[in-house]
Design a protein around this ligand. Structure first.
Ligand code: HEM
Length: 120
């Protein structure tokens, strides 16, 4: 099994195509090197350059790219975001944010509810 390379969003942001840099974009937690592809892009170079170094998931989907585009992307993939920066689950669905309440805070708010209940 080949290990997938992991990148942080700030590493991706270093690749905006400036001064000979590569051009990377993120789509659904995967990182793509589109440096050599932009010239062939049917939607024009500028559309991708505007997203260079960023998470382009929303704009990419809003354009309604076909399965052809996804096939091309497979060849351009260079890695994935580090686990804690991932926003999608294994089915490509957006992860729900889990908010954990520290126990001491929870207790305090419980007491507040009881106190307010008694006073009110
Ligand atoms: C790895 C990244 C990308 C790949 C491989 C890709 C590929 C393609 C392909 C193959 C098409 C032709 C239609 C289709 O088959 O879907 C297309 C169209 C288009 N793409 Fe992308 N695309 C990428 C990223 C983006 C991004 C980030 C944008 C930003 C908005 C974008 C904007 C467009 C637009 C506006 C069109 C429509 C062109 C038209 O219909 O005249 N693409 N893209």
């Amino acid at each position: 099994m080949v290990d997938v390379k992991r990148y942080t969003l700030s590493e991706v942001a270093q690749n905006k195509g400036r001064e000979g840099q590569a051009i990377w974009v993120v789509y659904k937690d995967s990182v793509y090197d589109v440096t050599n592809y932009i010239r062939e892009h049917p939607g024009g170079e500028d559309t991708i350059i505007e997203e260079a170094g960023l998470d382009a998931t929303k704009v990419f989907d809003s354009v309604g790219h076909t399965a052809d585009a996804k096939t091309i992307m497979e060849k351009l993939k260079i890695g994935e975001l580090v686990e804690h920066e991932k926003k999608y689950d294994e089915n490509g669905k957006k992860k729900k944010k889990v908010v954990t309440v520290p126990p001491e805070k929870y207790n305090r708010s419980c007491i507040n509810v009881i106190t307010c209940g008694l006073l009110g």
